[in-house]
Design a protein around this ligand. Structure first.
Ligand code: TRP
Length: 335
């Protein structure tokens, strides 16, 4: 039986933070160990250009994200780990799909609609600042997914609609040209925690409330000390379910450690002490990976080699697939 194909992309616009680790990177690395599945994980650097026109930032983020996944132990003998832009078949497929994608479907994309709504609210022209990149973003994402006939696409809730659009576009292509594409399914893991940030909202770059994953020890401690708490004094019982410190603890702790922290809250542990323990817990778990990360950041030539090897594996799939698709649409040698 052929393996389930699991595929997901990471847009290269920022520095990985604890929320990315808990919500996406850690479960993806675990899933890549499954024997019944082949994972495809890639750096979505073409997608980055939609959100970010700062060339240095796109480059630096690519470097950091690649180093992060490798430092955390992604096994690249098992998982196919590559950079989107190293697979030229993807933008070609994107065009074939663009010619099948209904404009009306793209009109309904949440990200595009939000941009239009923001313009209207600001009294601007509805199209103000909206590029064709943003508008057709879901088609590029469909190309990423369909190129490798992925069955499962692990994503956050905000991306479900994009995976559904990929299904729509795939079905339309299949209808015209024959059964070439598997219809992918979004997988939203309900068990994976959504980490709270410093201010108690979801940890997210757009809220500016993140704790970067591989901060030096001292800075990690400082950030953890900035997590929002209330004014309860040492000795006063505290409600763990209402505390970001506890919520973050839970994302890193074993069930036993969680139970004992719960007890400590009931017994009135001081905020400072809870944060000290949280720092120890995270620092112990990430310390070794942080060392590897720093080594990898100092050795971009090696990271590049790993990405090139990944691209070669990805292209072993994408080249024959594109050949077949080109022939299907009528683009083939005359002789
Ligand atoms: N758009 C996704 C995000 O912002 C990243 C992404 C690009 C992706 N291509 C993909 C995710 C294909 C899953 C499959 O999170």
């Amino acid at each position: 039986m052929s393996k389930q194909r699991v595929l997901t992309g990471i847009t290269t616009t920022g520095t990985p933070h604890l929320g990315n680790y808990v919500g996406a990177i850690r479960p993806a690395i675990q899933a890549s160990e499954r024997d019944d599945a082949q994972s495809f994980y890639f750096l979505a650097d073409f997608h980055a250009l939609i959100k970010c026109q700062d060339a240095e930032q796109v480059h630096q983020s690519t470097r950091e994200i690649a180093a992060t996944w490798l430092a955390l132990g992604l096994n690249t003998d098992k998982a196919i780990f590559y950079r989107q832009s190293d697979v030229p078949e993807i933008p070609q497929l994107c065009w074939l799909l663009t010619c099948q994608a209904a404009k009306g479907l793209m009109n309904r994309a949440h990200a595009y609609k939000a941009a239009v709504a923001a313009n209207q609210e600001a009294g601007e022209d509805p199209d103000y600042g909206i590029t064709m990149g943003l508008y057709s973003y879901p088609v590029l994402m469909a190309a990423d997914i369909l190129m490798f006939n992925a069955n499962e696409v692990p994503v956050g809730k905000d991306q479900i609609q994009h995976v559904e659009m990929a299904r729509d576009i795939a079905a339309r292509f299949n209808h015209h040209y024959g059964e070439h594409f598997v219809l992918p399914e979004a997988r939203v893991d309900e068990q994976v925690s959504v980490l709270q940030g410093l201010d108690g909202r979801k940890m997210s770059k757009s809220y500016g409330n993140t704790i970067p994953l591989f901060l030096p020890e001292k800075k990690l401690k400082k950030h953890i000390n900035k997590i929002k708490t209330n004014l309860l004094e040492p000795g006063e019982p505290k409600d763990p379910d209402d505390a970001t410190v506890f919520q973050v603890w839970q994302a890193f702790a074993t069930p036993e450690q969680t139970a004992s922290m719960r007890l400590a809250f009931a017994e009135g542990i001081a905020w400072g002490e809870a944060k000290r323990q949280l720092f120890e817990l995270i620092n112990d778990q990430l310390g070794e990976a942080r060392e590897r990360y720093n080594e990898l950041m100092d050795n971009p030539v090696y990271v590049e080699e790993v990405l090139q090897a990944g691209a070669a594996k990805a292209r072993a799939h994408s080249q024959p697939m594109l050949e077949k698709l080109r022939a299907a649409v009528g683009i083939r040698p005359l002789g």
